[in-house]
Design a protein around this ligand. Structure first.
Ligand code: FES
Length: 103
């Protein structure tokens, strides 16, 4: 899928990524290093917080564990997701995400 990442500098990066990765892994593979993703994708750190700016509405739906993690952080807003909880699939084609500010 082709996914656009808006960095904290407001620069936009377009990545092409294979399915079977999480968005967090895909971003790391593409060299995006401003997202710490400390827990490595276990949904227990919330440092992979992104905002879904554009894309299929189902991409903005959070799972229960993710919702619990997100409820503890400061910069949650509509479209908040944890990038490690977004599997890259065909649905992600054209997705635009913005990296949330560091907590
Ligand atoms: Fe820790 Fe996503 S990498 S919650």
């Amino acid at each position: 899928s082709t996914i656009k990442i808006r960095l904290r500098s407001n620069e936009e990066l377009e990545i092409n990524t294979a399915n079977d990765l999480s968005l967090m892994e895909a971003m790391r593979e593409a060299g995006v290093d401003e997202m710490r993703a400390l827990c490595g994708g276990c949904c227990s750190c919330a440092t992979c917080h992104v905002y879904v700016v554009q894309g299929s509405p189902e991409l903005a739906v959070v799972n229960d564990l993710e919702d619990a993690m997100l409820s503890s952080i400061l910069y949650r807003k509509e479209g908040s997701r944890l990038a490690c909880q977004i599997p890259v699939t065909q649905t992600c084609e054209g997705l635009v995400v913005e990296i949330a500010p560091e907590e």
